[in-house]
Design a protein around this ligand. Structure first.
Ligand code: MSP
Length: 663
């Protein structure tokens, strides 16, 4: 039988639409599910919605809707978000489904029969937003210690669950299984929490009715957390599909935010102990996404809507950012400028350039076909060696939940491959007629891209598959799996297509521009791409490598000669292709109060929509000319490699008003 991997997310409250924080957890779970599928495991990935309780009942009342109708609408929006984010869950559990109600009632009855549930009276505090009971002494300034919001005094008849009876058994389990609560800091917090002693837990309510009735006493509804945690059993067929349940239980990973680790590592394991079921292997409490140092909340008005981000940047870009930018386990800041920086440096620049340059050179030197690898020199052995190490490190990091490190390793390989282009200088090999070595270099590059497609698949499934297709490979990345990461499996003779950039560079007005450029610059330094690049060059579709464009010396000129050139900054207002000329773009530009049209031969390197809004540099006093019948009143500046496979615009490094003189 294949090894299994069962991963869950929290089931989210339909008290509001989901924000980027929820998308964060679900994206991580999805990346892990996809990784384990790649590794050949039989994966079950469960998410869902936590639909009962006082909070939801009140929200529905505020909206003037029956609770079921209210949750139906919101839950549909959850599923729509997961569809758009490409979340590959195997089941979506709703706690209002009959299959779940049956399981919860059964669990309640079974624990009651065991003598671990008794009836008494609860008198104490309750935080409705957190759906949590608090003792007087636990409050902070009379407020909820978790969320800081006001609490309500309750006094009602309730059923209680004897947590206290299991306290020592739980402590032993936590101590003997260091992998049970991760990261270690949360494990220590939970051990400290246990030191204070466990109170029995109130697990029913009578003052509202939006919940699952207690089977033996239907005036009570089951406490929403007791109900919600049980979803992890319902979702894998507990009491319904014994074969499925035996296959996947216990869960390998409950992925949750740090604020609900306590429910998952104290209440949940004790419920399972009372049911004589094995405990999940790991509960991982990740950190929060923070917005400019602040917790996201509706009242602060800083809630980030994932739909808008997907509209603007695409699902894969957002997924990659969430997985790469935030140190897994710790809190991390989310900001638009950090997002743009990351996308420009890692995706547009590092990954985009590697693919674009390789495809362009394969086309130029081998009619697009991956050649049989020829003789290797020492330099050519380095990339395969590094690739082997990176695949190993990537596996280890994914298995031990050091996710950022896994992506960092992949980007080390991408960075090395970009540098390899500069060092191996295929254009020079072509010029010198070293066809054999050239074939080796190009094969190495295409093979690295194939491995990268597999490795980035958990983070960017759509992109990975596109790269796979661009290489001419058949089938899906998922079918190929991690086993296909062995170096040398790329068959010669495949045709790699040249395609528009996967991730066009994002330019923003004002601060965004600077932030974006700083990002590209940082990446250049970090990944060791060709020295001497301006960030914009580095980020454009083809990186002119320093060694690639070694200029032929021209006769000396004087300063007066240079002063004859009127070089000015211009802003691109509109751009379109020129009919019948596949290399030309027609640009409308603002030269500082003056509008002009110029025609530029950059259509193979830039798409028109990428250019609009950008600042460029033009020779403003060039004699006007007509190209393909279109008037060109000036010329833009761009740098390119000697062989023309890579080209980048020359741009001011900071935003400047159009018309600014370049000298
Ligand atoms: N319904 C309960 C969970 C029951 S699980 C048996 C619940 N729901 S929730 O809608 O409030 O979702 C909380 C979870 O959403 C967090 O644990 C975390 O996974 C995710 N996040 C919500 N806001 C977040 C951030 N700002 N940052 C990161 N994750 C966030 O609690």
């Amino acid at each position: 039988m294949r090894e299994t991997f069962y991963v869950t997310t929290p089931i989210y409250y339909p008290s509001d639409r989901l924000h980027i924080g929820h998308a964060y957890t679900t994206t991580i779970a999805d990346a892990l599910a996809r990784y384990h599928r790649l590794a050949g495991r039989d994966v079950f990935f469960l998410t869902g919605s936590d639909e009962h309780g006082q909070k939801i009942q009140r929200r529905a009342a505020e909206k003037g809707m029956p609770p079921q109708k209210y949750v139906d609408e919101i839950v549909a929006s959850f599923q729509e978000l997961w569809r758009r984010l490409n979340i590959s869950y195997d089941d979506f559990i709703r706690t209002t489904e009959p299959r779940h109600e049956r399981v919860v009632q059964h669990i309640f009855r079974r624990i009651q029969e065991k003598g671990d549930i008794y009836k008494s009276e609860y008198e104490g505090w309750y935080c409705t937003p957190c759906e949590t009971f608090w003792l007087e002494r636990q409050l902070v300034d009379g407020k909820c210690p978790d969320c800081g919001r006001p609490v309500e005094l309750l006094r009602e008849e309730s059923y209680f669950f004897r947590l206290s009876r299991y306290q020592e058994r739980l402590r032993r389990h936590i101590e003997e299984h260091p992998e049970f609560i991760q990261p270690a800091s949360r494990r220590n917090e939970m051990l400290k929490f246990l030191d204070q002693g466990l109170e029995d837990l109130c697990i029913s309510r009578t003052t509202f009715d939006w919940g699952i009735p207690v089977p033996t006493d239907p005036r009570h509804v089951v406490y929403v957390w007791f109900d919600a945690l049980s979803n992890y059993l319902t979702g894998v067929g507990y009491l319904q599909d014994e074969e499925k349940f035996r296959r996947y239980w216990p869960a390998d990973l409950h992925l949750v935010g740090k604020e609900i680790v306590r429910f998952h590592t104290i209440i949940w394991p004790i419920m399972l102990m009372a049911l004589d079921l094995p405990l999940p292997k790991t509960v991982f409490g990740h950190g929060w996404l923070i917005i400019e140092g602040d917790k996201m909340s509706k009242s602060k008005g800083n809630v980030v809507d994932p739909h808008l981000l997907i509209d603007e940047f695409g699902a894969d870009a957002i997924r990659y950012f969430l997985l790469r930018e935030i140190s897994f386990g710790q809190d991390g800041n989310f900001s638009r400028s950090a997002l743009i920086q990351r996308l420009n440096s890692d995706l547009a620049n590092d990954l985009g350039n590697l693919i674009h340059r390789t495809a362009a050179m394969l086309e130029r030197y081998f009619q697009g076909q991956v050649p049989e690898p020829g003789q290797a020199e020492d330099l050519d052995l380095e990339l395969p060696r590094l690739a082997g190490q990176v695949v190993e490190e990537y596996r280890r990091c994914m298995e031990t939940y050091e996710l950022n490190e896994a992506w960092a390793a992949v980007w080390r390989l991408i960075g090395r491959a970009n540098k390899y282009i500069d060092e191996a200088a295929p254009w020079a090999l072509a010029r010198q007629g070293q066809q054999d070595r050239l074939a080796r270099v190009m094969y190495n590059l295409a093979e690295t891209i194939r491995l990268v497609a597999i490795l980035v698949y958990p983070a960017m499934p759509g992109t990975a598959q596109r790269i796979w297709g661009q290489l001419g490979l058949a089938g899906t990345v998922e079918e190929a799996g991690l086993a296909a990461c062995q170096w040398g499996r790329l068959p010669a003779g495949l045709r790699m297509r040249r395609e528009p950039p996967l991730f066009p560079r994002i330019e923003e007005e004002g601060e965004g521009v600077e932030a974006g450029r700083a990002g590209a610059g940082r990446s250049t330094a970090r990944e060791g791409t060709a020295p001497g690049q301006t960030p914009a060059q580095a980020a454009s579709a083809g990186v002119p490598a320093a060694s690639a464009s070694a200029p032929q010396p021209l006769p000396e000129i004087t300063l007066e000669d240079f002063a004859k050139l009127e070089l000015r900054v211009a802003k691109v207002l509109a751009a379109e292709r020129v009919a019948g000329a596949d290399k030309l773009l027609k640009l409308q530009i603002d030269l500082g109060g003056e509008r002009r049209q110029i025609v530029a031969g950059i259509a193979l390197h830039y798409r028109p929509e990428e250019l609009v809004g950008r600042l460029i540099v033009v020779v403003a006093n060039l004699k006007p000319a007509r190209l393909k019948g279109e008037l060109s009143q000036g010329m833009l500046l761009a740098a390119s490699t000697e062989d023309g496979t890579a080209l980048g615009l020359v741009v001011p490094e900071r935003p400047l008003p159009p018309g600014s003189r370049v000298k």
